[in-house]
Design a protein around this ligand. Structure first.
Ligand code: GTP
Ligand code: MG
Length: 579
C-alpha cells in the first residue's frame, strides 16, 4: 500500500483521520478497562497500514477453502467433506508458495499471485460444525474483515443458522457482505433461477439489505484452471467474482471500504455502550434518590424516637413524686405530737413504722427499674426497625456488604450495654434507702419529742414550783401566762421539725429525680444517635460510591458523544453506495 500513490487526496485525509480516531478510541476503551474491545481497535488501527482483508466465511462444508483454491487456480488449501479448516489462514503475496504458523489458530500462506499484492484473502473455519471453538476463532477475527465473502452451498441455500451469522456480520460487526452461491454444478439452471432470487428476497426481508449474489462452482473453476478448459471456466462463473474482487473494486474503493469498516464497527459498539452508560446513569440516579429518601426517613425517625423517649423522663419524675407523696402522707399521719407521744408508750417506734409502711407500698425504685426496662426495649425494638429499613434498602440495591454487618448479636450487645449503663447509674439514685431513711426519721422524731417534753416540763415547773417562788417578784397571773406560752411553744416543736425534714427530703428527692431522668434521657438519645449514625455512615459510603460511579459514567458518556460525532462526520464523507 505504501508504494501506491493515493490519488484521491480526500480519501487519503479520511484514512489518516480514521487512524487518529482509532488511536483515541483505543485509549478511551483502555481507560474504561474494556480490554477486549481495546484489542480489537488496536488490530483495526494496525490493519489500516496493511493490505485489504477479504474474509471468506460460511458454514462448514460450504466450500470456502475450495473457493480460495478456485481463485488461485491451484489446490493450495485442504478441502474435504467433514469440518476441515481448523484455523484462520491468511493468504498473501509471496515470490513462491510458503506456509508458516503465526500463532495458535492462525497461519500464513504466501503465493505468487499479483492480485494478492493488494489484498489478503482469509480462509476461516466453518460455523455450525461440531467444533464449537471454530465459531470463537472466526468471531475473534471477523472485526478485521474489510469485505466478507459469505459462501453458501446450493444444496442448502441460506439456512436459519446462516441467516443468524449474516445478521451478526451486518449488525454487530457492520461488515460489507457479498454472497457466493457455491456448488452450482449440483443444480440445474431452472433450480438456480429459483435459488438466487430466494436468497436475494430473504436477505432483504429478513436481514434488511440487498445483497450482491454471485453463483459459482469452485469445483469446476479449479478443474478448469488446472486443465485450461475455457468452457468449464465459463460454466464455473469464477470470472464474475474475480472481476468483482480484482477489477471492479479498484484501489480507491478498497481504501474507502478500509476506512469504512472500523467506522461501521465503532457505530455499533458506540450505540451499545451509550445504551449501557445511559442505563447505568439512570440506575445510579434512582439509587441516589433512594438513599436521599432513606436519609430523610432516618432523620424523621430520629426525631420521633427522641420525642417518644421524653415520656420516660416524665415516668421517672412521676416515680419520684409518688415517693414524695407517700412520705408526705406518712409524715402527716405519724410525725405529729400526738402520734409521737402515743408511740412513746407503743412498742412500735416511728422508724419501724416507716420501714413497714414505705416498703409495703410499691417501691418507686422498682418503678425506676421498670421504666429503664421499657426504655431499653423501646430503643432496641426501634433500632432493629431502623436496620430493617436499611436492609430493605440494601436488598433493592445490591453492592454494599456493610449494612448486614450489624448482626443479631450486635442488637443484643447494644441492648445489654444500654441496660447496664442505665441500671448501674441508677444505683446512685438508690441512695434513698429505707433503712437509712428510717434512722433519720427516728432521729428527727426523737429530737422533736425531747424538745417538746423539755418545753412542756419547764411550763409545768413554772406553774408548780418556780411559780410559787416567783410570786414574790411577779404577779401570779403573769407567771401563769408565761407558763402557758412555754407550753404552747412546746406544741410547735414537732410540726416545725417535720416541716424542716420535709423540705430537706423533698429537695433531695427532686435532685435525684432530675439527675436520674436527665441521665436516662441522655443515654437513650446517645443510643438513638449511635444507631442512626451507623446507618448514615454506611449509607453515605454507598451514596458516595454511587456518586463517583455516576460521575465516571457521565464523563465516559461525554467522551463517547464526542467520539461518535467524529465517527458520524467521517461516515458522512463516504459514498452512499459503500455505506
Ligand atoms: N460439487 C461440488 N462440490 C464442492 C464444490 N466446492 C466444494 N465442494 C466440496 O465440498 C466439500 C467441502 O469443501 P471445503 O472447501 O473443504 O469446504 P469448507 O467450507 O472449507 O469446509 P470447512 O473447512 O470444513 O469449513 C468438499 O468435499 C469439496 O470437494 C463445488 O463447487 N461443487
Ligand atoms: Mg475449509
Amino acid at each position: 500500500m505504501t508504494n501506491v500513490i493515493i490519488k484521491n487526496k480526500e480519501l487519503k485525509r479520511t484514512l489518516k483521520e480514521v487512524s487518529e480516531l482509532l488511536k483515541d478510541v483505543e485509549s478511551f476503551f483502555a481507560g474504561m478497562g474494556h480490554t477486549d474491545i481495546e484489542k480489537k481497535i488496536r488490530d483495526m488501527a494496525k490493519q489500516m497500514a496493511e493490505p485489504f482483508y477479504i474474509i471468506v466465511a460460511g458454514e462448514y462444508n460450504s466450500g470456502k477453502s475450495s473457493f480460495v483454491n478456485a481463485l488461485l487456480g491451484k489446490k493450495i488449501l485442504r478441502v474435504g467433506p467433514t469440518p476441515t479448516t481448523h484455523s484462520v489462514v491468511l493468504l498473501t503475496h509471496g515470490d513462491s508458495f510458503s506456509q508458516e504458523q503465526l500463532q495458535e489458530h492462525m497461519s500464513r500462506v504466501t503465493y505468487p499471485l499479483d492480485a494478492l499484492k493488494e489484498i489478503t484473502l482469509v480462509d476461516t473455519p466453518g460455523t455450525n460444525s461440531i467444533f464449537v471453538e471454530h465459531e470463537t476463532i472466526i468471531e475473534n477475527f471477523i472485526h478485521r474483515a474489510e469485505l466478507v465473502i459469505f459462501i453458501t452451498s446450493s444444496d442448502r441455500p441460506l439456512t436459519e443458522s446462516e441467516r443468524r451469522f449474516i445478521q451478526l456480520l451486518k449488525g454487530k460487526w457492520g461488515r460489507k457482505v457479498i454472497i457466493v452461491l457455491n456448488k452450482i454444478d449440483l443444480k440445474t439452471e431452472e433450480e438456480l433461477n429459483e435459488i438466487i432470487p430466494f436468497i436475494e428476497k430473504n436477505c432483504y426481508k429478513l436481514l434488511g439489505f440487498d445483497p450482491k449474489v454471485i453463483a459459482l462452482s469452485s469445483l469446476m473453476a479449479t478443474t478448469a484452471k488446472a486443465n485450461q478448459d475455457q468452457e468449464l471456466l465459463r460454466k464455473s462463473n469464477v470470472g464474475e467474482i474475480e472481476d468483482f474482487i480484482f477489477e471492479k473494486m479498484d484501489f480507491d474503493i478498497k481504501m474507502e471500504l478500509k476506512s469504512l469498516s472500523p467506522l461501521r464497527f465503532l457505530t455499533n459498539v458506540f450505540a451499545d455502550l451509550k445504551k449501557d452508560l445511559e442505563t447505568k446513569i439512570a440506575r445510579y440516579n434512582s439509587e441516589i434518590a433512594g438513599i436521599e429518601r432513606l436519609e430523610a426517613r432516618l432523620k424523621s425517625k430520629r426525631e420521633d424516637m427522641q420525642d417518644y423517649s421524653k415520656k420516660y423522663k416524665l415516668e421517672i419524675e412521676s416515680a419520684f413524686s409518688r415517693l414524695k407523696e407517700r412520705l408526705d402522707t406518712f409524715l402527716g399521719y405519724h410525725m405529729t405530737t400526738r402520734a409521737l407521744m402515743a408511740s412513746v408508750f407503743s412498742r412500735e417506734k416511728i422508724g419501724d413504722k416507716f420501714k413497714k409502711e414505705m416498703s409495703s407500698l410499691s417501691n418507686p425504685l422498682h418503678d425506676l427499674d421498670r421504666v429503664i426496662d421499657d426504655a431499653v426495649d423501646y430503643i432496641t425494638r426501634n433500632n432493629r426497625a431502623l436496620w430493617e429499613i436499611a436492609l430493605d434498602y440494601k436488598k433493592v440495591e445490591q453492592g454494599t456488604g456493610d449494612v448486614e454487618s450489624l448482626g443479631e448479636h450486635s442488637f443484643e450487645d447494644r441492648k445489654n450495654e444500654l441496660q447496664f449503663a442505665l441500671k448501674e447509674h441508677s444505683r446512685e439514685y438508690r441512695e434513698f434507702d429505707l433503712v437509712n431513711e428510717a434512722d433519720r426519721i427516728r432521729a428527727v422524731a426523737q429530737g422533736g419529742l425531747v424538745n417538746f417534753l423539755a418545753m412542756e416540763g419547764a411550763a409545768v415547773a413554772a406553774i408548780a414550783g418556780f411559780g410559787y417562788l416567783l410570786t414574790f417578784f411577779l404577779p401570779a397571773a403573769i407567771i401563769m401566762v408565761g407558763a402557758m406560752a412555754l407550753a404552747g411553744i412546746g406544741f410547735t416543736v414537732i410540726p416545725h421539725k417535720r416541716k424542716v425534714y420535709r423540705t430537706e427530703i423533698s429537695k433531695r428527692i427532686d435532685n435525684l429525680s432530675d439527675r436520674c431522668s436527665n441521665f436516662t434521657i441522655s443515654e437513650l438519645n446517645k443510643a438513638i444517635d449511635r444507631v442512626i449514625e451507623d446507618i448514615e455512615n454506611t449509607v453515605a459510603c454507598f451514596r458516595d460510591v454511587r456518586w463517583s460511579e455516576r460521575e465516571i459514567c457521565m464523563k465516559h458518556l461525554a467522551e463517547l458523544n464526542r467520539l461518535s460525532d467524529r465517527v458520524r462526520g467521517l461516515l458522512g464523507k463516504s459514498s452512499t453506495e459503500l455505506k
